[in-house]
Design a protein. Structure first.
Length: 229
């Protein structure tokens, strides 16, 4: 037993030191819910309704460098999406409810700093951290006045609702119409380490318009599981 301890203890110590240099892994987040909205069309008798969707989850990955003095650097990405319904009505009639999908791909560049370290006997260590940085997104558009005006040849009241459903679906799924917003974010939470394995639990608030319909930002908790090298 003594020989085993003498053999493997240096390896464990070395692994813990190497782990402090960098790390990577998977990330899961529970981001937000979006309420039903009715964009103002300014035309009597014409209404547009984008349905609500709840509990939009995100999945992705992360990479960080923990070897720089004073601060740590990290990059993470995520993909998220949900389903909702679009309803449109005018003087001609009512468009059949269009089942639509909202999706977004996001990347975050963050500078973070340890606030306080916590030792956990026989298990490892943890630290409380906070940080912030820049983020960029690619997201699908949500039906609005400008979009319908273009598809209806500037006449929302007399638009042919029988063909609008297909035209609207084509517009929403065309990559040329995707949005490319960007913004800033702040975050804070805990990082737990055990040998070469680590995990994060943190809250992030994003300040960026046009990512989430009718909102200038959003926030949510994120969980990471990974390892260091």
């Amino acid at each position: 037993m003594k020989k085993l301890i003498q053999t493997f203890l240096p390896i464990f110590i070395l692994s813990s030191q190497v782990f402090a240099i960098a790390g990577f892994g998977a990330q899961l987040g529970n981001m937000f819910s979006v309420e039903e909205s009715s964009p103002t069309l300014s035309v009597e008798g014409v209404t547009l309704t984008n349905g609500a969707y709840d509990n939009t989850y995100s999945v992705g990955g992360y990479f960080y460098i923990d070897a720089i003095p004073v601060v740590d650097l990290e990059v993470d990405f995520s993909n998220q999406g949900n389903k909702y319904d679009i309803d449109f009505k005018n003087d001609i009639g009512e468009m059949p409810t269009l089942p639509a999908a909202w999706a977004s791909t996001d990347i975050y560049y963050t500078v973070r700093k340890k606030i306080i370290g916590i030792g956990i006997p026989f298990l490892g260590k943890a630290k409380l951290f906070a940080g912030g940085g820049y983020n960029a997104h690619i997201s699908t558009p949500i039906a609005n006045k400008e979009m319908l005006t273009e598809l209806c040849d500037d006449d929302l009241a007399k638009c042919d609702v029988t063909s609008l459903e297909k035209d609207l679906e084509t517009y929403l799924t065309n990559k040329d119409n995707y949005l490319n917003p960007s913004g800033f974010h702040i975050q804070g939470g805990l990082q737990f380490k055990l040998l070469t394995f680590d995990s994060f639990l943190f809250y992030r608030h994003v300040i960026a318009e046009d990512v989430i319909p009718s909102a200038k930002g959003f926030g949510g908790f994120n969980l990471r599981l990974g390892r260091g090298f």
